[in-house]
Design a protein around this ligand. Structure first.
Ligand code: FAD
Length: 503
């Protein structure tokens, strides 16, 4: 058997990649997954795989000497970020683009390792507006339910929610929202709420209750390395290579030749390999997949890629903000890092916003209510390939966040007014109340039905597919990973039926 050939190669191990690899494996197709980040399965000297937000170390960030959290200061003091060394293949990356920084997970499991676990299906009318050519009956009847099942989505027990100290912060924000006339809703999660109850009862090691989230959760979270990826490996047809970074690819024979760098955890290149495949599935995320395709076009390997490549990128309207509560409204020293509630103002025709009520994992009372709001705006940017740095660069302008901030302000001005509260201006490094210079939700760059056909097949090149958040044009109105997973499930079902079987 030719060691350097595999029928299917999947780049990345995030949501789109994992769903794709599982179905390829089940169909009996030998598949290799290549992931530039590490395999997070081994405990460090402290007995834990991931470090906590209160004591970050080299495991926290992707080749940095200091952590870079979005909530950067408290009372304008630089007390949150910490020096770390050595620069290491840590789990959270922050990629700087003009006008916006993008947070990403690095490791086997992609964003699932670092995210807040909120598993939200978008409202159907908005989904139909964003991706009008996708059959919504099929998505809402088949693929969203399938994604929820495979991801292990579960719901908080409403009675426990009402009494636990861990969600006092959410109940405080709910009361403020209701007083201002805004509805709230429970948010489904991939964090195991039974486990969380046992944490709070002192019956299980703490994770959500121990300030763990953006640098990874040691327990309780059903990240992809607990769900799709072991299922894919269990088919016997899928293998995963970690610390393998795909540099480029080109057509070769009836498929593609992919150039891969194997790195070590300190970033040294240990080997450069060429792997050939018949079918190449790009699941490197919005930034990673778009960059690989742009490099292939600009360097001449795939000159016929569609002109739309790089377009349709957006930050999903992300805006973070904090409000200062009255002293009689404490939010609790012990907060679950996994949000379980959101303010749903999406029915507002002028300023539709979904605002998740976020924790402040500080381990002490702060009297702050924090939110990650998601506004629906049509602002989009475009990636272009920059040959000098060999990277894809976005042309997002900071002013493009203004419509999202306006929408979010209209919701929270009202909440402040009714409750006699104010914004916090000390949390984001400067004096601004609204932080829109970063996103957790990069979407777009290879939009479905434009750069690809309606099932993720890249136009102009057989056997080449996009499987991840790059397919979605800039906005889902809610947290995106269920949508990314469901779309990948839908697309690979078609691709298996029509393109891959029999190989
Ligand atoms: P990703 O999950 O980003 O996976 C891509 C993978 O490909 C990564 O592992 C990456 O290292 C790898 N890769 C990239 N380039 C290469 C290359 N050249 N070679 C090899 N491998 C490569 N969404 C929600 O729905 N709910 C939430 O609560 C939520 N919270 C979040 C919190 C944080 C801090 C962050 C950062 C994100 C959050 N998100 C959340 C967003 C969600 O995690 C992403 O939308 C999702 O992970 C994107 O899935 P994907 O398949 O597009 O790619």
């Amino acid at each position: 058997r030719d060691q350097d050939f595999v029928p299917a190669l999947v780049v990345g191990t995030g949501y789109g990649a994992a769903a794709t690899a599982l179905r390829l494996g089940e169909a009996g197709i030998r598949t290799t997954m290549l992931e530039m980040g590490g395999l997070w399965d081994t405990a460090g000297a402290d007995g834990k795989i991931f470090c906590s937000m209160l004591e970050p170390d080299h495991r926290s960030m992707w080749f940095r000497d200091r952590t870079e959290t979005p909530l950067a200061t408290f009372l304008w003091l630089d007390v949150i970020n910490k020096d770390i060394e050595p620069p290491f293949a840590g789990v959270l990356d922050r990629v700087a683009h003009p006008g916006i920084d993008v947070y990403l997970g690095r490791g086997v499991g992609g964003g699932s390792l670092v995210n807040g676990g909120m598993a939200v299906v978008p409202e159907r009318d908005y989904f139909e507006r964003i991706l009008p050519e996708v059959d919504a009956d099929e998505m809402y009847g088949t693929y969203f339910p399938l994604a929820n099942r495979e991801l292990g989505v579960n719901h908080v027990d409403p009675e426990w929610f009402e009494t636990t100290e861990a969600y006092r912060y959410a109940r405080v924000s709910r009361a403020h929202a209701h007083r201002a006339g805004f509805p709230t809703t429970f948010v489904p999660s991939v964090y195991d709420f039974d486990y969380m109850q046992r944490e709070t009862a002192g019956e299980a090691p703490r994770s959500a209750l121990d300030c763990e989230v953006i640098y990874g959760n040691n327990y309780g979270k059903r990240s992809l390395d607990k769900t799709y990826l072991p299922a894919a490996l269990g088919t016997g047809n899928v293998t995963i290579e970690s610390l393998h970074r795909v540099r480029s690819f080109r057509p070769a024979g009836a498929g593609y030749a992919v150039e891969v760098e194997q790195i070590d955890e300190l970033g040294e290149v240990r080997a450069v390999k060429e792997i050939r495949c018949r079918h190449l599935f790009l699941g490197a995320g919005s930034l990673g997949t778009t960059e690989l395709l742009l490099r292939a076009r600009e360097q001449g390997a795939l000159p016929d890629l569609d002109e739309s490549l790089g377009e349709g990128w957006g930050p999903n309207g992300n805006v973070m903000l904090g409000r200062a509560n009255h002293v009689w409204d404490p939010t609790g020293a012990e907060q679950s890092t996994m949000p379980a509630m959101g303010i749903d103002n999406t029915a507002d025709p002028d300023h539709p916003v979904f605002a998740e009520i976020a924790p402040i994992p500080a381990g002490l009372e702060t009297w702050v209510s924090l939110y990650l709001a998601i506004a629906r705006t049509p602002e989009r940017a475009r990636f272009a390939f920059d040959a000098a740095t060999d990277t894809a660069r976005l042309d997002w302008r900071a002013e493009q966040a203004a419509p999202a901030e306006t929408a979010v302000r209209s919701l929270f001005d009202r909440i402040n007014q009714v409750n006699g509260t104010v914004y916090r201006h000390d949390l984001f490094g400067g004096t601004r109340a609204f932080e829109s210079s970063f996103t957790y939700h990069p979407l777009g760059g290879c939009v479905l039905g434009r750069t690809t056909d309606l099932h993720g097949r890249v136009r102009g090149y057989d056997g080449l597919y996009v499987t991840d958040g790059a397919l979605i044009p800039g906005s889902t109105g809610v947290n995106p990973f269920v949508t990314i997973t469901a779309l990948a499930e839908r697309n690979v079902a078609r691709v298996l039926a029509e393109d891959v079987r029999g190989n």
